[in-house]
Design a protein around this ligand. Structure first.
Ligand SMILES: C[C@@](CO)(OP(=O)(O)O)[C@H](O)COP(=O)(O)OP(=O)(O)OC[C@H]1O[C@@H](n2ccc(N)nc2=O)[C@H](O)[C@@H]1O
Ligand SMILES: Nc1ncnc2c1ncn2[C@@H]1O[C@H](COP(=O)(O)OP(=O)(O)O)[C@@H](O)[C@H]1O
Length: 293
């Protein structure tokens, strides 16, 4: 492994993925579901950095580190590093990776996918590890359906099983609060429990969203098709949505991904107060906010 070009402070920020809308439009023969989703990336996330070492290793710190086995070969960060090295016919690099786990695990905001994508970006910055964008996209998809969208971390429409990414009309400014009742939800269990798998696609997108009100009107015509199943399996999701509903700042609230994290959209500037009030009512929940999406 050539000496790391960037060391302290030059890590990767692995942003949470939030599905503003998530329609399940079909199922492939291999069982994977077809999606039509609007995805955004709030400024809330994990941090991944690397320092030279005598072998490949991973340490996990941060508030949710205890929910992951620190040395596990199943960590998506290590899987991503090994898979990209294999694609380059190189031995995995001798680095110590440090993951600050700020996002709850198995929570519908793609923390593991974001970490895997961060690991790919981090390694690709090193000489000898770059790949053409279609090749890195294919590796990302092998690691997980949500990993391709996490590579670029910009707002997009996501289709296929997660591999088809297309630009969105530019979005108005808005604030976001996300809250998780600290109950892990298994993505495969929610997919398995779906009552309907052939739902309509997203309504046609306008050429632009002139205002936040227009975006909210559009989103009210959309759904998260996993929400009913997830609420039945995890009633705490309903509690989070009801709490968000009680605050006048909330313009629209919904579950992200397969849950249990829910988001509330608000006017820019309202997010900090809204988050504080939700956290005050439920000190045991994980609550975060962002004004940049
Ligand atoms: C539901 C979504 C929506 O963005 O988000 P999360 O709840 O995970 O955040 C994603 O599609 C989750 O993507 P990801 O978590 O990467 O999925 P994978 O690891 O590839 O697969 C986990 C499990 O979900 C199922 N799966 C995943 C994606 C998909 N389009 N159809 C599926 O049926 C797979 O069959 C597998 O059993
Ligand atoms: N770095 C990681 N962060 C989170 N989860 C990980 C990671 N590596 C592997 N996993 C595994 O991936 C599964 C899905 O985690 P996660 O991506 O947090 O779920 P979700 O997409 O629902 O938010 C978990 O069961 C976890 O054990």
């Amino acid at each position: 492994m050539p000496e790391l070009e960037s060391q302290k402070g030059a890590g990767e920020f692995a942003r949470a993925k939030v599905n503003l809308a998530l329609h399940i439009t079909g199922q492939r023969d291999d069982g994977y579901h077809m999606l039509d989703s609007l995805v955004v990336f709030p400024r809330i996330g994990d941090h991944l950095s690397a320092t030279p070492s005598d072998k490949l290793s991973l340490e996990v710190t941060g508030p949710f580190s205890t929910d992951l086995e620190p040395q596990s070969n199943n960590n998506l960060v290590l899987k991503a590093i090994r898979r990209l090295s294999q694609a380059k016919n190189c031995a995995p690099p001798d680095i110590n990776l440090s993951l600050e786990k700020n996002l709850p695990v198995a929570s519908g905001i793609g923390g593991g996918s974001a970490d895997a994508a961060a690991a790919l970006r981090l390694l690709m910055r090193q000489p000898g590890f770059t790949l053409a964008s279609e090749d890195i996209h294919a590796i990302a998809l092998e690691l997980g359906a949500d990993v391709p969208v996490c590579l670029k971390q910009v707002a997009v429409r996501m289709q296929g099983i997660g591999e088809l990414l297309s630009p969105l009309p530019s979005l108005p400014d808005f604030g976001m609060v996300i809250a998780n009742p600290r109950v892990a939800v298994s993505t495969p269990a929610i997919f398995k429990g779906l009552q309907a798998r052939n739902n309509p696609s997203l309504p046609d997108l306008p050429e632009s969203f002139a205002s936040l009100d227009q975006l909210i009107v559009y989103l009210r015509e959309t759904r998260n098709d996993m929400q009913v199943t997830a609420e039945a399996l995890c009633p705490a999701i309903t509690d989070v949505l009801s709490e968000m509903d009680q605050h006048p700042e909330t313009l629209l609230n919904r579950m992200s991904g397969s849950g249990a994290t829910c988001f509330a959209l608000c006017r820019c500037g309202d997010e900090k107060n809204l988050a504080a009030r939700i956290q005050k009512s439920h000190p045991d929940w994980w609550v975060a906010f962002s004004d940049e999406l």
